[in-house]
Design a protein around this ligand. Structure first.
Ligand SMILES: NC(=O)c1ccc[n+]([C@@H]2O[C@H](COP(=O)([O-])OP(=O)(O)OC[C@H]3O[C@@H](n4cnc5c(N)ncnc54)[C@H](O)[C@@H]3O)[C@@H](O)[C@H]2O)c1
Length: 251
């Protein structure tokens, strides 16, 4: 199934951290499949330029996931922009602990990573809840990472945050199910984007050799899964963590 085969006509979706990388790929794929999109980020110039490039179905909204008030008002503004909200992609995240042994990570870094990667999706989901309930087929897709499934070393704060995202996904699914909202997580493998350019070649090779599909992973390998989980047709899939990683980790 390719992204262009999934119809998201008139679905209204907020993608956090959508100015670049995987979030940008999700925004592009969403537009192609007929959705109306709000991308939020802290990279304002990038976000505005991307929205301008993608046309009238995309709106850029500044929203810092660390700022509790900004997340609340930002999610409301995103819902207001298109007259409602059908989907939230909790994509914004930072790594910051890459390449460091756990004793080298500062408490400040740990707290920062948790604030963006765990507290942020929780706050955004809380803010989105009433809008998604009103949709009748609300969807939350949390972007986790397969590093939390295979126990990637020298990435401790990030790995812990993504494990928390997976756990949160299951509990959220039970809390929000009665309102018709599904909550799922995807766990991509190491994907070629500018944020992973720093990752040593040895780690890229390790991934490539361990995959059932033995090649580099690119953003478009991930988009169709996200579109499916945002679609009306995925309404009986909830509380799941779906590795999207060419078979590097298998459930
Ligand atoms: N690229 C990979 O290999 C990979 C693998 C597994 C999971 N992921 C996950 O995919 C998602 C996207 O990552 P990416 O690889 O595209 O990296 P990225 O850095 O390009 O994307 C993250 C986005 O979040 C934004 N962001 C950071 N801090 C923010 C804040 N405080 N408030 C709002 N936005 C903020 C960034 O500006 C950026 O646009 C993340 O959740 C990441 O953990 C990536």
């Amino acid at each position: 199934m390719s992204a262009s085969e999934i119809n998201l006509h008139d679905r209204r979706v907020l993608v956090t951290g959508g100015a670049r990388g995987l979030g940008e790929a999700f925004a592009r794929a969403l537009v192609q499949s007929g959705a109306r999109v709000v991308i939020s980020d802290v990279l304002h110039e990038r976000g505005q330029a991307l929205a301008a490039e993608l046309g009238p179905c995309v709106h850029y909204l500044p929203m810092d996931m660390c700022d509790t008030q900004a997340v609340q008002t930002g999610v409301d503004a995103a819902a207001h922009h298109w007259g409602g909200l059908d989907g939230l992609v909790n994509n914004a995240a930072i790594t910051n602990s890459g390449g460091k042994d756990m004793h080298e990570i500062s408490v400040d870094t740990w707290d920062q990573v948790m604030a963006v990667n765990v507290r942020g999706p929780w706050l955004a989901s809380v803010a989105a809840q009433k809008h998604l309930a009103a949709s009748g087929s609300g969807r939350i897709v949390n972007v986790a990472s397969d590093t939390a499934l295979w126990g990637a070393p020298r990435l401790m704060a990030y790995v812990a945050s993504k494990g928390a995202v997976m756990s949160m996904t299951r509990s959220m699914a039970r809390e929000l199910g009665p309102q018709g909202i599904t909550v799922n997580a995807i766990a991509p493998g190491l994907t070629l984007v500018e944020a992973t350019a720093y990752v040593p070649e040895a780690r890229h090779q390790y991934y490539q050799q361990g995959r059932a599909i033995s090649r580099a992973q690119v953003p478009d390998d991930v988009t169709a899964t996200v579109l499916f989980l945002l679609s009306r047709g995925s309404g009986y899939v909830t509380g799941q963590v779906l590795p999207v990683n060419g078979g590097f980790v298998m459930n």
